[in-house]
Design a protein. Structure first.
Lengths: 251, 309
């Protein structure tokens, strides 16, 4: 079999994903960060705006959780591995850059899904009813891949200093949360806010989650799903293309 | 004999400096090829281009019949790499590192486990296979990355300063292993500073200076080629007159030091034959006869300094 073939490279990407999960994700501090960071943001917002229904806030919490967890670690993996020279080890193995990037994406997708399911369970425990479970699951799967690709895009600048990437990552991630209808419903946004919101994949995911929990949505669900799918393809192809170009500069 | 590495005009430019300048050479199947050069000469950059870690700015590298740029996966499937700095995952155990390598090279699980056990036993860290690599000494880490590079039984092995900074025990173990691997047919591309190591192991060496290849040859030929005038040291069981040796074929000068005669000649082979004939004709027995070649260190220094001037 051709080792450069798609199925073989996918298997090797899975090996990289397992390595990532072992080394970077199954760590106490990472898991704690994944659960507590969105929870604290949510609590802060809950205390500040009590007039919003709990179902709206839990929907936002689910959106934030998936977004933050799927993009929490992946931007730093390349800089860490570049620094430790383990990226050079991967680069000298019969694995394509696309497979390395995809392996990192698989790990962050699984981490995002795992933590988000915990958040959904918290929502259900708080008494929120789930009206469209299958749709929620589909959206979580799709958005997890999309946000993982966002995380890998943040790692494109060829620096091996993780703090530089984390700073850039925060600069992009936090504004995205505020324009994505998590804290302010899309219906209440000014036109310029709405114009920004449609550019964020998180907007569509949060809209679907809200639909799954409350039956209400701003965009038609098919638009939400299509938009998420388009963002996923663009970000995945984009991150693979850009990493292929910048990878040698890390060595 | 087939060509395993064919580098043609490999060039790498970093900013305004040319790190590797149109380097061309070939390595044949079954060879141990030493790649020598002073710090910053371009050894590691060349190795990184050959192993597909960085792309060349010009030139091509064909490894095991595959162009490293257009068919990198096929080329990489056939070789293993031992870099200068240990790059095993320190948060994983030695066993987990080897299993990861097995998966990245597409080995079936059972074969990966068997090879891992054998290799860890061979490099002497089997009993510590379940310990995280961060607790390993430098020598153990180096032995582990050698095992990681060998898990798929590569035809070709690239090693960048594999014994740099290691204790004698680890160094000897690695050198013996390389010797055995070569005997079993593995082609070895070895980057080293250590002339003694290159002299002992390599069939041929290439010397690089300021990004350019200045010499490629067998170590012994390289040592003798740098001097036009060769030295021979001979001693006899009886005293012989000074002028009797001066007239022999090819002899330029003759000097006596203690009970030995040091002869300089332009034609080593002819002089040795005439010394032998002289001993028979005059009924004197040769006690010792040595050719005094410069060391590989001297050859290296001469070749690299000449290029610098």
């Amino acid at each position: 079999m051709n080792p450069a073939g798609f199925s073989i490279q996918m298997r090797r990407a899975w090996a990289i994903a397992k390595k990532d999960i072992r080394i970077y994700y199954l760590k106490g501090p990472v898991l704690i960060f994944g659960v507590f960071m969105p929870l604290f943001l949510f609590l802060a917002f809950l205390m500040g705006s009590r007039q919003l229904p709990l179902s709206f806030l839990v929907s936002g919490l689910v959106g934030m959780t998936l977004f933050f967890t799927a993009t929490a670690v992946s931007p730093a993996i390349f800089p860490w591995e570049g620094q430790a020279k383990t990226l050079e080890r991967l680069a000298s193995c019969p694995v394509t850059v696309e497979a390395i990037v995809f392996g990192d994406m698989i790990a962050s997708t699984l981490f995002g899904i795992g933590i988000t399911i915990i958040t959904v369970i918290i929502g259900l425990v708080l008494g929120i009813s789930l009206m469209h479970g299958i749709m929620l699951l589909t959206a979580i799967l799709l958005a997890a891949v999309c946000f993982s690709a966002v995380g890998m895009l943040l790692a494109v600048p060829p620096t091996n200093v993780p703090s530089n990437i984390m700073m850039l990552s925060s600069l992009i991630k936090f504004p995205l949360v505020f324009i994505s209808g998590i804290f302010i419903p899309l219906e209440q946004m000014p036109p310029w806010g709405l114009a920004l919101a449609v550019c964020s994949p998180l907007t569509y995911f949060t809209d679907i989650v809200r639909y799954a929990f409350t039956g209400m949505h701003y965009f038609p669900v098919i638009i939400d799903i299509t938009a998420l799918a388009v963002f996923t393809v663009i970000f995945t192809v984009g991150t693979m293309y850009l990493h292929k170009r910048t990878m040698p500069q890390r060595m | 004999m087939s060509t395993v590495i064919h580098a043609s005009n490999l060039t790498k430019i970093f900013g305004k400096s040319i790190a590797v300048d149109h380097v061309s050479f070939e390595v044949q199947k079954g060879e141990i090829f030493g790649f020598l050069g002073p710090n910053g000469a371009g050894k590691t950059t060349t190795t990184r281009m050959l192993t597909g870690v960085i792309p060349p700015d010009a030139g091509t590298a064909n490894i095991l019949g595959h162009d490293i740029r257009s068919e990198p996966v096929l080329a990489k499937q056939g070789f293993g790499v031992v870099p200068e700095t240990s790059n095993a995952y320190t948060d994983l155990t030695a066993w987990q590192n080897l299993m990861l390598m097995g998966e990245l090279y597409g080995l079936p699980r059972a074969r990966a486990e068997k090879s891992s056990s054998d290799l860890l036993g061979m490099v002497g860290i089997l009993e510590r296979k379940d310990q995280k690599v961060q607790a390993y000494s430098k020598g153990m880490k180096q032995r582990l990355i050698l095992a990681m590079a060998l898990i798929h039984e590569p035809e070709l092995l690239f090693l960048d300063e594999p014994t740099s900074g290691l204790d004698v025990q680890s160094t000897q173990m690695i050198l013996a292993l390389l010797h055995d691997l070569n005997k079993q047919g593995t082609t070895i591309f070895l980057t080293t500073h250590n002339m003694e190591e290159a002299n002992r192991l390599c069939h041929r060496v290439g010397i690089i200076r300021a990004g350019k290849i200045v010499a490629i040859d067998a170590p012994e030929k390289l040592k003798t080629a740098i001097d036009q005038v060769h030295k021979i040291e001979v001693s006899f069981d009886r005293d012989v007159p000074d002028n009797s040796l001066a007239g022999l074929e090819g002899v330029i000068t003759v000097n006596r030091t203690g009970d030995k005669w040091q002869i300089t000649t332009r034609n080593k082979d002819a002089t040795i034959h005439s010394v032998s004939a002289f001993s028979q004709q005059n009924g004197v027995a040769i006690v010792t006869l040595n050719t005094l070649a410069p060391s590989l260190d001297e050859a290296f220094l001469r070749l690299t300094q000449e290029t610098q001037q």
